[in-house]
Design a protein around this ligand. Sequence first.
Ligand code: RIB
Ligand code: CA
Length: 317
Amino acid sequence: MAIPVIIDTDPGIDDAIALALACASPEIDLLGVTTVGGNTGIENTTGNALRLLHLFGRDDVPVGAGAARALTFEADLGDPSIHGQGGLGGVELPLPERGADPRGALGLLVDLVESHPDPVTLVAIGPLTNVALFAATRPDLYGRLERLVIMGGGVHITGNHTPTAEFNIWFDPEAAARVFAAGVDVTMVGLDVTHKAMFAGTDWAPLRTPDSGAVAKAVTGMVDFYGSFYLSQNGSDATAQHDSLADAEVIAPDLVLTPHFWTGVETAGTLTRGMTVADLTGVWKREPNSHVALDVDVPAFIDLLVGRIAELDARLH
Ligand code: RIB
Ligand code: CA
């Protein structure tokens, strides 16, 4: 039985690849997509979500535009050298006829969760502003979620945007703190596992064949841009497919090891604002509220992601 899923996202190259994985996987019943500002502005993230779902043959999936900014502070949007000016690494995709859903992100989350007969899994792969607003506005419906799976944070690898903060949490720490305290268990897929599962340029070879179609060409075009950023920073074109690992945890939970801890988010620290703090030894004796990914089956993840996208490409083109 496919899992009913809503994805909240800020596409963004790795978000785009995560949407491809979701659309390619029969384990996921994608009910809707909500967008948030983060990697790039809300106009771009919303238009990109519409473009990507069109490319993946899913114009049936509603897209609700959400928060353009964080709850409290004006965080700078993502660095265009990571995801490109428009957010998709310069890959041009046609905008479909249909536009964003008039209900917006919050209205779409409310309607989809309220109307679905089964508990919905919310996968949040951008800043958590929309999720916090949903939890605050309709705690009754938020409490009906099966679970929340996020790409964000880190425990032993604490930061990629600052030394202590991962970008999604850093962008809106108040929202993240609210979400971890909202009473729905958070599966946190953070830097500890996404930085372990690096994709070498050669891992994408199945999408670079003479028969490769539009999906494969778009994905490899985005990966090449993303890889050039990593090359400039690390001397290697190997990339972290952060957001796809959150999807993969839903598709194949055994891919990651997710022990149960209490986790909170620092919002006041001068040096540590946006840091996720997991009580690994239970010293604070607080009720665990999160399943924190600390290990990942790297080959299995790489095979799943590239294999599923290759299947989607073959199916559509
Ligand atoms: O730190 C990685 C996260 O920040 C990913 O979700 C990426 O898309 C950016 O939003
Ligand atoms: Ca993202």
